[in-house]
Design a protein around this ligand. Structure first.
Ligand SMILES: *[C@@H]1O[C@H](CO)[C@@H](O)[C@H](O)[C@H]1NC(C)=O
Ligand SMILES: *[C@@H]1O[C@H](CO)[C@@H](O)[C@H](O)[C@H]1NC(C)=O
Ligand SMILES: *[C@@H]1O[C@H](CO)[C@@H](O)[C@H](O)[C@H]1NC(C)=O
Ligand SMILES: *[C@@H]1O[C@H](CO)[C@@H](O)[C@H](O)[C@H]1NC(C)=O
Ligand SMILES: *[C@@H]1O[C@H](CO)[C@@H](O)[C@H](O)[C@H]1NC(C)=O
Ligand SMILES: *[C@@H]1O[C@H](CO)[C@@H](O)[C@H](O)[C@H]1NC(C)=O
Ligand SMILES: *[C@@H]1O[C@H](CO)[C@@H](O)[C@H](O)[C@H]1NC(C)=O
Ligand SMILES: *[C@@H]1O[C@H](CO)[C@@H](O)[C@H](O)[C@H]1NC(C)=O
Length: 669
């Protein structure tokens, strides 16, 4: 399954890469951005109405619920709160609330810190919330029921709430996957008015073709399971059932249809149309969506009259607001497909972030390097910092721990102001221009697709020796063509022992650079020669320290989406191996939200990648290799690196990817 999903993801890249090159003039990098209406941007460019923004504190409120009352008190926060306003005018939300797997994820995986308040935007609010509650109760009957006490259903429509919630929902209006109303608009000479119904497009990473803005002729094609020459050039109108969604779209594509509308059988909900298993290996290049069967459309087609359809998106209020554990308003990001897992991921991130806030309270000497500085262009963000001031009383080498506290936010308060693409960000430091350490990499991160909430703490203690003078210049940068990010960076030094007796604790005193990466092609490993070295006197411990990420997309998805392994062989006997085994998996990076990976980004952040995730720091790989070495300083050791794809030398036929690597041996005494 994992592999299949990545295959279909891969196919998509090939399509978007071309668009990206055209847009940026950059080299073809695998990047995926989902299309997004730009109405938010144009609204924002005019005088925006005053209103709470993400990051502003949420005021107290009370709403009646089916069980009594829900009261939000900022002074007595129990944990994060998610507010969701339902409308059955959205096919996306209808499916979110009908899909068993979606409901199951809410009931089984909502983080136990989090509460959810359910509202409805419509007059039908009482029916809506009774139905919504019934849906979760039905699913919870087979699993844990505890969650039900954290789900609150209000029978008061949003337009009658009388508090700030409607203001935020309307002010944070958006176009995306989980907001805005996707619709199919039918016309016929038989009718006075168009028939406009909700639609749910097929899963974003299965069918990548998008509806055009033109008017299409609609042709009835039965159940769509067999080819049918009559649909050529038209949108095929086919019923649910008798064969898979894939088979319908494939047979209509073979019949040269321009697209497929699958209508639900009476009483059935809209479904998230997707491929299953081997189906996902076949590239289909026409768009498809699911709709309800409309009697006027069916009748008119049955009488052989002409029906046309066009596809539109009507802006809507936002359907989701988050309030984090600190009581601050937060956007919930994009839901790429209809499942409550996206609520869970955002809630996990609220938990992560609250935990991070606690960690930042731990005692440490904090040196501010960047405080909301713009990072853009060739130069990036640059700052020279005097480490002898900033309350660093002890010698730097006396600190046991150095952590990078970095955040990447956006020029505005909304995610819509954020840079669209994911890029590698590197932090370089130079303290002494004559030192071999000058401009070595101290940290690496990958930017999120258009979300400005990322903040991460990275332990880089082994690299303390890089700070070999008091005055250090820090440079943080990404590719010059990336849109700007606003960076903050604090160095956090901790764990010194003021008495001067360090007991058993060892401190790094020397960093020996080993290898860097390069083009991941058939010559990749030819450039690595063994390095001979002796262990310096009084060394007690030696650590291998490497930061490795795979990028680019050859025909196997290397190095971003293929499984690469990285080997440092010491003294021809010890094979230290690091395998990026989650690269290309469907949810490899979604599983790392708990570690701080930014959730619900406006792009394909979910897939596992070669040593990294969008919106996350790159964790250094550290191995204690002391026992593998000859510690006698008059005898030498060797180390050699090689990198493999599926256990073999890479050998791409086209567009080789590349590996970005910093690797060192760190000597402790
Ligand atoms: C919530 O989850 C955490 C970790 O998963 C666990 O330690 C804690 O006991 C749970 N709390 C409740 C109330 O279930
Ligand atoms: C939502 O709309 C669909 C189609 O119009 C309908 O079948 C379904 O009953 C509605 N659900 C609710 C809760 O009103
Ligand atoms: C219906 O669709 C066809 C095919 O795209 C187009 O030629 C025709 O102009 C459309 N008719 C209307 C009334 O939009
Ligand atoms: C499924 O196929 C049968 C037999 O060909 C047909 O009678 C029926 O209408 C089809 N079902 C749908 C939903 O199209
Ligand atoms: C689809 O179009 C191709 C190329 O124009 C043609 O060869 C083929 O016969 C068409 N298929 C059908 C089912 O009409
Ligand atoms: C600092 O060193 C002293 C003397 O060896 C020791 O007793 C003390 O526990 C150390 N403090 C810390 C925080 O490690
Ligand atoms: C190291 O391990 C990898 C994978 O386990 C293997 O392919 C490689 O041949 C090994 N190399 C050496 C020198 O042992
Ligand atoms: C270190 O190596 C040298 C040369 O091989 C040898 O003479 C010496 O005895 C060794 N020292 C120790 C402590 O093993």
């Amino acid at each position: 399954m994992a592999l299949l999903r990545s295959k279909s993801a891969l196919l998509w890249f090939l399509i978007v890469v071309a668009a990206h090159i055209a847009e940026t003039g950059g080299r073809p990098r695998r990047q995926v951005l989902l299309t997004e209406g730009d109405s938010t941007v144009s609204l924002r460019s005019r005088q925006p109405p005053a209103g709470p923004e993400p990051g502003d504190p949420a005021d107290a409120f009370k709403v009646p619920t089916l069980d009594g009352e829900f009261s939000f008190q900022p002074d007595a926060l129990r944990g994060p709160l998610v507010i969701h306003a339902f409308t059955n005018n959205s096919g996306f939300l209808e499916c979110l609330w009908s899909s068993e797997s979606s409901l199951k994820s809410l009931v089984e995986e909502l983080p136990n810190s989090t509460q959810v308040l359910f509202l409805s935007l419509d007059d039908s609010v009482v029916n809506d919330v009774l139905w919504m509650r019934e849906q979760v109760q039905r699913v919870a009957a087979h699993s844990k029921k505890e969650v039900l006490s954290r789900l609150h259903f209000s029978p008061v429509p949003v337009f009658a709430l009388g508090n700030w919630i409607p203001r935020v929902l309307y002010y944070w209006s958006c176009m995306g996957h989980n907001c805005g109303l996707s619709q199919a608009a039918f016309i016929s000479e038989e009718w006075k008015m168009p028939v406009i119904i909700k639609r749910l497009d097929a899963r974003y990473d299965w069918l990548m073709a998008r509806w055009g803005s033109k008017s299409y002729t609609v042709i009835d094609a039965g159940d769509g399971c067999e080819t049918s020459p009559s649909v050529a050039g038209a949108v095929a109108w086919v019923s649910e059932g008798n064969c898979s969604f894939f088979t319908k779209v494939q047979s209509m594509a073979k019949s040269n249809a321009s697209g497929v509308l699958v209508y639900a059988l009476p009483g059935n909900p809209l479904q998230d149309m997707n491929c299953v298993g081997d189906e996902c290996f076949s590239l289909l290049s026409i768009p498809a969506a699911m709709v309800h069967q409309d009697p006027a459309v069916t009748q008119t087609l049955r009488f052989g009259k002409l029906v046309n359809v066009s596809f539109q998106n009507t802006p809507s209020p936002n359907f989701f607001i988050g309030i984090d554990k600190q009581g601050l308003l937060a956007e919930m990001g994009w839901f790429l497909y209809p499942t409550f897992s996206f609520v869970n991921w955002q809630a996990q991130w609220f938990d992560f972030f609250a935990d991070l806030q606690t960690k930042l309270q731990n005692p440490a000497k904090v040196v501010s390097v960047f405080d909301k500085v713009q990072m853009q262009g060739d130069k990036g963000a640059v700052a020279t910092v005097d480490l002898s001031i900033g309350a660093l009383s002890a010698d730097l080498l006396d600190f046991e721990k150095l952590e990078l506290d970095a955040s990447l936010s956006c020029p505005g308060k909304r995610d819509s102001s954020c840079a669209q693409w994911d890029h590698t960000v590197q932090l370089f430091v130079c303290c002494d221009h004559t030192s071999p350490y000058c401009n070595m990499e101290l940290g690496r991160w990958i930017t999120a697709f258009r979300r400005g909430i990322g903040r991460w703490l990275t332990d880089v203690s082994p690299l303390i020796p890089l700070l070999d003078s008091n005055k250090c210049t820090f440079t943080m940068k990404t590719v010059p063509w990336a849109m700007p990010w606003i960076v903050s960076l604090n160095l956090r030094f901790s764990g010194t022992n003021q008495t001067g007796n360090f007991g058993e604790r060892l401190r790094p005193f020397k960093v020996m650079s080993l290898y860097d990466g390069g083009t991941f092609d058939k010559n990749y490993n030819k450039r690595y020669q063994p390095i001979k070295f002796t262990v310096p006197a009084s060394t007690k411990k030696v650590e291998l320290y490497a930061v490795i990420t795979g990028h680019g997309s050859d025909e196997n998805g290397c190095g971003e989406f293929c499984v690469t392994s990285h080997h440092f062989v010491i003294n021809a006997a010890h094979n230290n191996t690091h395998v990026f085994d989650s690269a290309g998996t469907a949810l490899g990076c979604a599983m790392r939200v708990k570690e701080g990976a930014v959730p619900n980004e406006h792009g394909t952040w979910l897939y596992g990648r070669g040593g990294w995730c969008d919106g996350l720091q790159v964790n250094p790989w550290r191995v204690d290799v002391t026992k593998q070495l000859n510690m006698n300083r008059s005898e030498s050791n060797t180390v050699v690196y090689f990198g493999l794809f599926n256990g073999r030398d890479p050998n791409p036929a086209q567009q080789p990817g590349y590996i970005i690597m910093t690797s060192s041996l760190v000597f402790y005494k």
